[in-house]
Design a binder for this molecule. Sequence first.
Ligand SMILES: O=C(O)CCC(=O)C(=O)O
Length: 275
Amino acid sequence: MMSDAQVSARIAEAEVDAFQADGAVHLRGVIDPSWIDLLKTGTEKVLTAPGKYGRTQSKPDDPGFFFTEYFMCDYQPEMRRYGIEGPGGVIAARLLRSEQVRFFYDGLFVKEPGTVRRSDWHQDQPYYPVNGGQVVVLWTPMDPAPAEVALQVVRGSHLWGKAFTPVIFSTEQALAFDDSYSPAPDIDTARDDHDVLSWDIEPGDVIAFHGMALHGAAGNPTGGRRRASQTTWLGDDAVFSRRPGKLEPHFEHLDYPEGTPLTDAAAFPKVWPRH
Ligand SMILES: O=C(O)CCC(=O)C(=O)O
């Protein structure tokens, strides 16, 4: 098992610079195989007995099967162990150049072979009441994923200064936000107008992307499964900021004065430094 120092040393300064400038970076071999095994075990348990946010995103007559779940660290021991004890905290601290890192939440994206339903282009931060530049999502595949089916990111979109209206995947319904939010552009119909970052990715690798980076993923036309975990991490400058509309009920208990640093250990356990 790699030590935290070994994980950190695998991330070159140029990769940190790329993350900061592009809003995303592909990190190779930063997650030990034993963590991937733990994620796979957790995934099967979640598929068998999902929590209250488990959703089938593909419609009954859609080919394939696309399943998502969130907040597994609250109820699923394998996922919790990976989130809290795994290498995510040190990776996030390095990429965010943050003194401290707090675990925020996790997600699961399973696309069985032949899945047509895609993950629409979106930014993550509008879905939750957190502002700040030091927010990173670590997207971690459990299966090899060629670039066409892995997560893709529009280069530099985290610096556009734009916030896009969240849309609930399963119902395709936009949340009722005010006009400080606009609909996300459909990158697929105008791909040539955008610089889309994509990578062939293996288990053990991570695509790290900024909370305001515009990202999406195709369905899964391949013959293999495409299971991926995401964990979301908050750095020093992350603060509470109320969104102009209703969010997932899970976030409703988060209620602080606007701009409060997110250091409430019950909601945001500190994972870096380790002690
Ligand atoms: O894996 C996918 O299909 C989408 C992942 C995603 O959108 C996310 O991690 O926010």
